[in-house]
Unconditional design. Structure first.
Length: 426
């Protein structure tokens, strides 16, 4: 008996809950993406990587500065004076001249680095855009799942009140009353799990949209038509050509070109650069007001850049293997995603779209029938479990299908399958 009393106290305490007051942001997916592009801190930070790469390209285009040196005799022993203007004075200007096209190769490598920075930014946009859409879809269906529990608990809470009064009058057994309370407790526990999931989802949405901690996002993603997105009419060859433009593949290809350019640069580094020098000496040992022209160059006797050339060759081979792996990985991943989504799409087409509505009508009738004693406790609980499990699976399958479509769009690097445009225009 004490166990039942304790359970009853827990359930009654759980019927009311305390939540922090939050502002609600009602927003569609396309509208959210406009906020995301302008305010996401990761994107704003990544843009500076592009600026840095462009600055490195500017630096690579600059010529080496000339160097100048001046020499003055400190003490003239003949005149016994310091810094005598009549004593020896000399000056020299030297300019490094880079040979063998090394400067051009450095510029080419930095151009590749700019391309890589742009593709890395594009890849980050795609990844975060997918995260935004996936979290908004997840928030939408998690909210609908919570609504299932709310609907059931509202019915059961009302029945508990009725059964409490009837039990006091001796019209129902304690076991029936406790069974309803236990069902309420079980639903409340499951609902709490979904509520905690929603907290995590909202946290991610706030980060992605750079919102205040007190703002909750309520996605407006109703009225989409999954059967009108063209999954049955796609052209696999066209889609595979689009997959080749995936930023990860493009980065791997550009990196290979950059490593090949670096190998060419390292081979050209074997050729030493030339330093051109102009010299003036006022009181030269040869003639007064001596003007001379000189050149200097390292002799590649021991160091012919052998180590750097060998390392560059290794990097070229490594980059080609990384490129091959990236292409293979993304193509296989795309085919697997497409296979899963195609199966999920045909499954979605196969069941009655009125099932959700029929379930809601059913559960309303079940509560009334049970209250009037037309069905017993076991039938009542079975109907409620069926309603809950079927509703949750419906939402889970539809959520996974929508997120899977977004994964395909991310692999293709564009919204090939359009789901949200019509909703945001309405």
């Amino acid at each position: 008996m004490a166990k039942y009393v304790f359970l009853f106290i827990i359930i009654m305490c759980g019927k009311g809950s305390y939540t922090l007051a939050h502002d609600i942001l009602h927003i569609g997916i396309i509208e959210a993406e406009k906020i995301f592009v302008d305010h996401n801190l990761q994107l704003l930070a990544q843009r500076y990587s592009i600026d840095k790469a462009k600055a490195d390209l500017i630096q690579a285009r600059l010529f080496d500065n000339p160097s100048i040196s001046i020499e003055q005799n400190i003490y003239n022993s003949h005149t016994k004076t310091y810094f005598d203007p009549r004593s020896q004075q000399s000056g020299e200007i030297e300019q490094l001249i880079v040979l063998a096209g090394k400067r051009g190769k450095r510029i080419q490598i930095e151009r590749y680095n700019v391309d890589i920075a742009n593709k890395e930014f594009e890849d980050l946009v795609l990844s975060l855009k997918f995260a935004l859409r996936a979290n908004m879809i997840d928030a939408h269906f998690t909210e609908k799942a919570i609504a299932i529990f709310n609907k059931e608990m509202d019915h059961i809470a009302r029945l508990i009140d009725v059964y409490e009064k009837q039990w006091e009058k001796g019209n129902v057994s304690l076991m029936e009353k406790i069974r309803l309370q236990a069902l309420f407790f079980s639903l409340k526990t499951e609902q709490l799990d979904y509520s905690n999931q929603m907290i995590d989802i909202q946290k991610q949405l706030r980060l992605l949209l750079h919102l205040d901690p007190q703002v909750d996002v309520k996605p407006k993603i109703e009225d989409y038509d999954l059967l009108a997105i063209g999954l049955e009419t796609f052209n696999i060859d066209n889609m595979m050509s689009q997959v080749q433009e995936n930023p990860k593949i493009r980065i791997a290809k550009i990196n290979t070109l950059a490593q090949e350019s670096n190998l060419q640069l390292q081979k050209r580094m074997r050729i030493p650069d030339l330093a051109l020098r102009v010299v003036y000496d006022k009181e030269s040992n040869i003639v007064r007001n001596y003007f001379g022209l000189g050149i200097s160059m390292n002799i590649p006797l021991f160091d012919r850049n052998q180590g750097n050339i060998k390392a560059a060759k290794a990097m070229v081979i490594q980059s080609k293997l990384h490129k091959e792996y990236a292409i293979n990985e993304i193509e296989i991943d795309f085919y697997a995603k497409l296979d899963k989504i195609t199966k999920a799409y045909h499954f979605h087409k196969s069941f009655d779209k009125l099932l959700e509505i029929d379930l809601n009508h059913l559960i309303d009738g079940v509560s009334t029938s049970f209250e009037h004693r037309n069905i017993n406790m076991l039938e009542f609980v079975d109907y409620y479990e069926t309603y809950k499990e079927t509703g949750l699976k419906l939402y889970e399958n539809e959520k996974n299908l929508l997120i899977g479509i977004e994964e395909l769009n991310m692999s293709l690097g564009q919204d090939h399958f359009k789901v949200w445009d019509k909703i945001d225009k309405n």
